[in-house]
Each structure stands twice: as structure tokens, then as C-alpha cells.
Ligand binder design. Structure first.
Ligand code: FES
Length: 173
């Protein structure tokens, strides 16, 4: 069965198109919607978004692969965007990242075995004054230490999943 947007998603895409001057400008929000709908942005999803916006798949692929917030593979329920750019690195960002990796038993770029988390090593998250930091869902966790980062994991686990669809969960995790 080929991939298709739900009728609700198609309505939302119509509304998004009305808010932007052209299809290129609408590409980012439509990709967010697609990621929410399908859980990640596969090659098939890129073709679908290109088709619905009348853009080339190469254009959509370029957008998807430029931004780290689009996931090319199924993720855990919660994506941990852990900053290790300069300000965070100087204030212990790698200690935070390594503590999270050790707790979850997976490295940056991987999913935890229970399907709860995905770790993404990020560039600057625009919170340098409160470094080191991570983002989960729409929430910032600031001035982290390895200890507070591990406590944050318990809090994050209680938050709603990042996407409506969660392919790892459906695969039995
Ligand atoms: S370097 Fe981490 S938020 Fe800017």
C-alpha cells in the first residue's frame, strides 16, 4: 500500500498553503505535519510531500537533510536534542550527553532498546546563556549537569510522545 495523507492532514496542508506565498515556503510546516503523521520522514514521505506541494523530490530531500529536526528513521517516543556546540561543550555538554548515553544504553543517533528515547547530538539550540541544555518535545532543559539531565529523563518520559504516530511502538517496543 502506498503512503497517503489522512483527510485531516490534507485539510491542514490546504490551510498551510494558504498561509505561505509559495510551495517552497510551505515545505517546512508540511514536513512537520508529515513527520507527525507517519512518525518519520522516509523516502516515500519525501515523494508524497513533493507531490502534494508540486515540488521536486530533490528540493524536499534537500530541506529534510539540512534540518536535524526531521528524522529519516523511526525514533523513540521522545527525541532528546542534546547540544554539544561551543557554549554547551565548554560547560559540560559532553558530560551530559555521555551520562544520557550510559543511562539509555545507546549512542547519539540511536534509539534506546525500549523505544522510549532517541538521542540526537545537536548544534546550538539558541540557549547559550543557560548552557548546557537539551530540548525534548517543545521543552527546554537548561543549565544541566549529568545528574539533572538523568532526572529530566524521568520527567520527559511522562510527556506526550513527540509524534502522533510512533512506528517503533507499533513494531512492538
Ligand atoms: S551552544 Fe548550546 S545552546 Fe548554544
Amino acid at each position: 500500500m502506498s503512503l497517503a495523507f489522512s483527510p485531516e492532514a490534507l485539510q491542514q496542508i490546504e490551510a498551510i498553503r494558504g498561509r505561505y506565498p509559495n510551495a517552497q515556503a510551505a515545505c517546512l510546516p508540511v514536513l512537520h505535519l508529515a513527520q507527525d503523521e507517519f512518525g518519520y520522514v522516509s523516502d516515500e514521505t519525501i515523494d508524497l510531500v513533493a507531490n502534494v506541494l508540486a515540488l521536486s523530490p530533490a528540493h524536499v530531500w534537500g530541506v529534510v537533510t539540512f534540518y536535524t529536526m526531521y528524522h529519516r528513521h523511526p525514533t523513540g517516543k521522545h527525541v532528546l536534542m542534546v547540544c554539544t556546540n561551543v557554549s554547551c561543550m565548554l560547560r559540560g555538554g559532553y558530560d551530559v550527553l555521555h551520562a544520557i548515553e550510559a543511562r539509555l544504553g545507546c549512542k547519539a543517533g540511536e534509539n534506546s532498546a525500549d523505544g522510549e528515547f532517541t538521542i540526537v547530538e545537536e548544534e546550538c539550540l539558541a540557549a547559550c546563556a543557560d548552557a548546557p541544555c537539551l530540548i525534548a518535545g517543545e521543552q527546554y532543559f537548561l543549565r544541566l549537569t549529568p545528574d539533572t539531565a538523568l532526572r529530566a529523563l524521568d520527567e520527559i518520559k511522562k510527556m506526550p510522545p513527540d509524534h502522533k504516530t510512533h512506528p517503533l511502538k507499533e513494531a512492538g517496543h
